[in-house]
Design a protein around this ligand. Sequence first.
Ligand SMILES: Cc1cc2nc3c(=O)[nH]c(=O)nc-3n(C[C@H](O)[C@H](O)[C@H](O)COP(=O)(O)O)c2cc1C
Length: 179
Amino acid sequence: MKSALIVYFSSTGNTQKVALAIKEGLEKESVAVDLKTPQEAADADFDGYDLICVGSPSIEWQPAKPMADLLKAKLNLYRSQGKIKPCAPKVPGQNALVFVTYSGPHTGIEEATPAGKTMRQYFEHFGFTVVGEWYIPSEFHGRLDMSTLGRLGDLRGKPSADELAKIKKDAEQIAKSLL
Ligand SMILES: Cc1cc2nc3c(=O)[nH]c(=O)nc-3n(C[C@H](O)[C@H](O)[C@H](O)COP(=O)(O)O)c2cc1C
C-alpha cells in the first residue's frame, strides 16, 4: 500500500479545505494518508512515505512561518545526514506535492509563486520528484476589500465546492501515478 503525509498550515481554513480534498482523493485510490500540522510533523520521517504534500497560505508572498521553520529544520537534518548532494540527484520513490492558497489582492499569482517555489526548492534539494505545484485562489477572510477588489476579483467562498472536487480528482491522478 502506498502512503502519503500531508502537512499543512492554515489559520483561516482555506489551506485546510484543500488538504482535506487532497486526502480524500488519495484515499479514494487506496493511499494511506497521515495528516499533520507543521508542529506535529516535526518528528515525521519524510523518507518513510511515497508522497509528501505540503500546503501553506501565502503570507507576504512566502510560506507561513510554521511551514518555513519545518522545512528549514528538515533541510538541516538532511544536511547532517549527508543527503544534500551536489546536483541534487533524484531519490527513487520519493515524491512531493506543493500547494499554496492565496488571495493575490495586489499583484495576483505573483504573490503566491514565491511561496510555492520556496517550498518546492526544499524538496528539489532533498532529491524528491515534485509531482505538482498548485496555486489555489482563496477568500481573504476578514478583509472584504482584499477578497473583492483585488486582481483576482471576487474571491468570496473560494475555494468553492467545485474547485475542491477538482482538487480531489487531481489528487486521485497523482495517487494513480504513484502505483
Ligand atoms: C497576515 C496575512 C498576510 C497575507 N499575505 C498575502 C500575500 O502576500 N499574498 C496573497 O496572495 N495572500 C496573502 N494573504 C491571504 C492568504 O494567503 C489567503 O487568504 C489564504 O488562503 C489563507 O489561508 P488559510 O485560510 O489556510 O490561513 C495573507 C493573509 C494574511 C492573514
